[in-house]
Design a binder for this molecule. Structure first.
Ligand code: GLA
Length: 390
């Protein structure tokens, strides 16, 4: 957790004045345990909030300006509340601006200007949802301080919509939902079509979740993400002669898919759809395994998930594969997979507590030998969703 006293100093240096009316909010990053590329297909995901994320210090101003600064980026700026538009040069500031725009569109007027200082602890581009965490903390803080309701499911939807429309990134709902609704020591089993969800205690006994960052930057706006989305839409279209009501792959059972997969003419598109349908089923089975304390089975499903993302969905790439291969060779590892969109970013592994040190040393070394890149590792504890700290 960030040092709030130091950040307060920094805030006062940046914006002047006193701590009167200064508030502090926090939203975490997230790690997805299983259920990848299923959210935009109306399927299940199983993410958890991290204990680190974005801390926001915020204080109302006497005018109608938003003044934005960050401890992570040099770039800062001011914008009038009634002149909010996307500007490429505004870089990270487009995320908070997108949220203000979204609130205004939904009739949640922001009645005054604010000074905002952001402090992010999520490595940028690591696939641990730094942008969702900026969006959600901004929405929650502005709604709270403007006297509007703070429904965290609605906040997740607003944040996703602003990322889709204002920032032009066609992500699903998983990241914003996890960041807004996470709970300490729990993972979230979320049905992305209906947003029905269950908080499942993550009782991993003597096993730890270890996140490995490939430090290969991953661009989400990357055309490959959108290409996967349209391949899934293509699969739905080709399956409609058998299922006229079908709108999302997540509406099919594995059996229904298998009996009709031949309707999809292109092998690549068929593979994409197979991954989605089987991955959704894997989430259900892995949550059952977790509930019956069968961590070995849970780890096995993590492995199957990665292999399917590698072979059928083709979103892993050399770096993620090298890290997962190295992880699986360490005794005491029950499972290892990529997490998030893929194409770089992070892996998550379930590692016995006595093996964590060996894991970090050995995977780091083998990964570097295979890719020339230096990995970083975080032994992860599951934290809360967005909250007000002060
Ligand atoms: C990114 C997106 C999510 C989800 C994952 C893949 O993290 O933001 O909506 O699609 O990729 O599971």
């Amino acid at each position: 957790m960030a040092n709030i006293e130091q950040l307060t100093e920094r805030f006062l240096q940046q914006f002047g004045g006193t701590t009167d009316g200064l508030h502090v909010f926090h939203a975490p990053g997230r790690v997805n345990l299983i259920g990848e590329h299923t959210d935009y297909n109306g399927g299940y995901v199983f993410p958890a909030a991290l204990t680190f994320g974005t801390t926001l210090l915020i204080r109302e101003r006497n005018d109608n300006k938003l003044s934005l600064a960050s401890t992570n980026f040099e770039l800062k700026g001011e914008v009038e509340l009634d002149e909010i538009v996307y500007k490429e040069a505004d870089d990270w500031m487009n995320y908070p601006k997108g949220i203000v725009h979204e609130l205004q569109e939904r009739g949640y007027a922001v009645p005054a200007g604010f000074d905002l200082l952001y402090h992010g602890e999520i490595p940028n581009g690591s696939g641990l949802s730094s942008s969702a965490s900026i969006e959600v903390v901004t929405a929650y803080a502005l709604l709270t301080l403007s006297g509007h309701p703070t429904d965290t499911v609605e906040i997740a939807l607003m944040a996703q919509h602003s990322e889709n429309e204002f920032n032009g990134v066609k992500c699903g709902i998983m990241d914003q939902f996890a960041v807004a609704n996470g709970k300490k020591d729990h993972a979230i089993m979320l049905m992305c079509d209906t947003l029905a969800y269950e908080l499942v205690p993550f009782n991993s006994g003597s096993y730890k979740l270890v996140i490995g960052n490939t430090n290969k930057r991953r661009g989400l706006v990357d055309s490959k993400y959108n290409e996967r989305r349209s391949q899934c839409e293509q699969a739905v279209k080709e399956l409609q002669p058998a299922f006229p009501e079908l709108t999302l792959l997540g509406q099919l059972t594995v059996e229904q898919f298998e009996a009709n997969a031949h309707l999809i003419s292109d092998e690549i598109v068929r593979n994409r759809a197979q991954h989605v349908v089987e991955e959704i089923d894997r989430v259900v089975r892995s949550v059952e395994a977790l509930k019956s304390d069968d961590l070995t089975a849970f780890g096995q499903y993590m492995n199957e998930s990665h292999d399917s993302l590698r072979d059928l969905y083709e979103v892993t790439g050399d770096e993620l594969d090298a890290m997962v291969d190295a992880a699986r060779q360490v005794p005491g590892v029950l499972g290892s997979r990529m997490t998030g969109a893929g194409f770089g970013g992070c892996t998550v592994s379930l590692v016995h507590e006595d093996s964590v040190e060996t894991f970090i040393a050995q995977v780091g070394e083998r990964y570097q030998a295979a890719t020339g890149l230096e990995a970083s590792f975080y032994v992860c504890t599951i934290g809360n969703g967005v909250e007000q700290l002060r």
